[in-house]
Design a protein around this ligand. Sequence first.
Ligand code: ADP
Length: 413
Amino acid sequence: MTVTPDLLRSENFAEVGQILQQDAARLIERWSAQAVKEQPNAQRLHHQSLLNELPRLLTELGRSLAEASERNSGYCRPAIQHGEQRWEAGWSLGEVVRDYQLLRVVLVQYLEEKLARSLSSHELMAIGLCLDDAIAASVDAFVRNRDEYLRGLEQQRAEQDQRIKEELQHREEVLRQADRHKNEFLATLSHELRNPLAPLRNIVGVLELHETNDPVILQIREIIQRQVQQMVRLVDDLTDVSRIAQGKIELRKERVSLSAVLEQVLQMAEPILAAHQHKLHVTLVKEPLWMEGDPTRLAQVFLNLLNNSAKYTDPGGQVWLTSAREDNRAIVRVRDSGIGIDPEMLPHIFELFTQAEWSLSRSQGGLGIGLTLVRRLVEMHNGTITAHSAGRNHGSEFAVLLPLLSEGVSGEE
Ligand code: ADP
């Protein structure tokens, strides 16, 4: 007759079943001693609690084998709890399955010792069937608990992500608002400062027309003139930076020769370089370097850089201005032998209101706006600007890269 699981389930295995019921506690002890040897890495911390359900599992299993008429899977209930406990104790799925494999071996050995004979193939298969059911129930409980735990974790993580996202959004909004307020303040400030400046400039003009040889008056006139000029420069910078922040600066672009712009800048920078007794070295390429740009804003860029070189270099220093072509780009470098820039400061040098502490005394009333403007203007010309310095008292170099018109490649003069 073919052996089927149903057939095995309908058979009675009284001897085996009774031993299992009577000796459940002893069997568990053997199994447990063996298990600790076999799986020393499995967490045994909750060993005692793990054993709680096992005697019941074996008793139920024994009953099921002994009473075929009442064959039920009552042993599955403790198996489920067994699986849940092992998950809670931190076992892996592999360890749970190996534990049952061990139980099977221990059971068979014990029964054969006790019966003083080999188990029949039906007995072996029937025990195997029951144990397989128990493993399935145990593993199922283990996996269900694990999945629930993972789902919980996932939910926790999703909630946390959501909280972080909301917090970031909130902070972003606060920053944006602060930035808006700052921009509005800059716009109002530059506007309000401009108002009293206009009549002051007119007065300076009128004073210049007034002829006098009085040295005191001449000196006062000169001081007022200089201070008003300085104020005008600061307010112009402020106005520009607030316009940039609000995206209100527009370039008046035209086909322009960068070399011509640089020649013009040299003339404009001459007085400040001379005032500091700096030696200026100029190496400009002969070609015109045609580009699409706003000549006034381009001049502002290089004048600003030369002014900084003059300011941040001790009197009698060296300043270099060079231009070169690299394929379809122009590179203009403004270098000086001045106080240099701290390496930690370099990455921030183009940020608004950034001023290095050691240069403050030379800033001559600057506000840390110039380089922000310079970078923005260069970027509006699709160019880039970088700053280099080997550190304190090792000078600084600013390199500006600007795209040239392709017709310039043919060497048009
Ligand atoms: P300001 O000159 O008004 O302070 P800038 O934006 O032009 O503002 O420059 C920002 C800061 O960068 C300066 O305060 C100074 O610390 C540093 N800096 C700029 N140019 C140079 C330079 N050529 N050498 C050394 N430091 C410089």
